[in-house]
Design a protein around this ligand. Structure first.
Ligand SMILES: NC(=O)c1ccc[n+]([C@@H]2O[C@H](COP(=O)([O-])OP(=O)(O)OC[C@H]3O[C@@H](n4cnc5c(N)ncnc54)[C@H](OP(=O)(O)O)[C@@H]3O)[C@@H](O)[C@H]2O)c1
Length: 163
């Protein structure tokens, strides 16, 4: 049982795609900026594969990595091995992926911050969710520009069902 407030943050395409070859399938600098704004000075939780997809620790955030590998370590990342250890962390945690971590913690998630990219990409990793368990509370539409090639929306969801 996880007793913390978990907010998911993720970007996905029109088909719930979130990853390709342990990387993001797109280049969307505006979303990276949004991600930074929403996670700065917070505790972020990620799976080991997402950790390995990052070039370095995300600065000004407490970076927590979940892995079953007791030998895994990386400079400036804090490692945990059990889901229960999440209860020893801060009260509010931003869950930053990837697919496996989103899936196993889904029963405990309170809020979703989704950047929906209005395009279809190729890839291998999808976000699994049941949209009818969630209520859309905010939607900000963004148009493509010279730096961001696709239209996209910032969506905020809260749960409709009891956990
Ligand atoms: N679009 C987005 O917003 C977004 C965000 C994040 C990631 N991504 C993408 O998602 C992909 C990675 O996702 P993924 O699903 O392959 O991997 P992941 O969720 O990042 O990491 C999976 C790993 O987490 C560890 N883990 C999972 N459950 C555990 C448990 N109960 N206890 C302990 N450790 C556990 C395991 O590590 P060990 O194998 O070491 O035990 C497992 O292999 C990449 O393509 C990445 O770029 C996209």
């Amino acid at each position: 049982m996880i007793k913390k407030k978990l907010t998911y943050i993720l970007a996905m395409d029109e088909n719930n795609l979130i990853g390709s070859n342990n990387n993001l399938p797109w280049h969307l600098p505006a979303d990276l900026k949004y991600f930074k704004e929403k996670t700065l000075n917070k505790t972020i939780l990620m799976g080991r594969k997402t950790c390995e997809s990052l070039p370095f620790v995300l600065p000004d955030r407490r970076n927590i990595v979940l892995t079953r590998n007791i030998n895994f370590s990386r400079q400036h990342f804090e490692i945990i091995h059990k889901l229960d250890s999440i209860n020893d962390l801060d009260n509010e945690i931003m869950v930053i992926g990837g697919a496996m971590i989103y899936k196993i913690l889904m029963p405990y998630a309170n809020k979703l911050l989704i950047t929906k990219i209005h395009h279809q990409f190729n890839g291998d990793t999808h976000f699994e969710w049941n949209e009818k368990d969630w209520r859309l509370t905010d939607r900000i539409e963004k148009k493509a520009d010279e730096k961001n090639k696709y239209n996209y929306s910032y969506l905020t969801y809260i749960r409709t069902n009891k956990k």
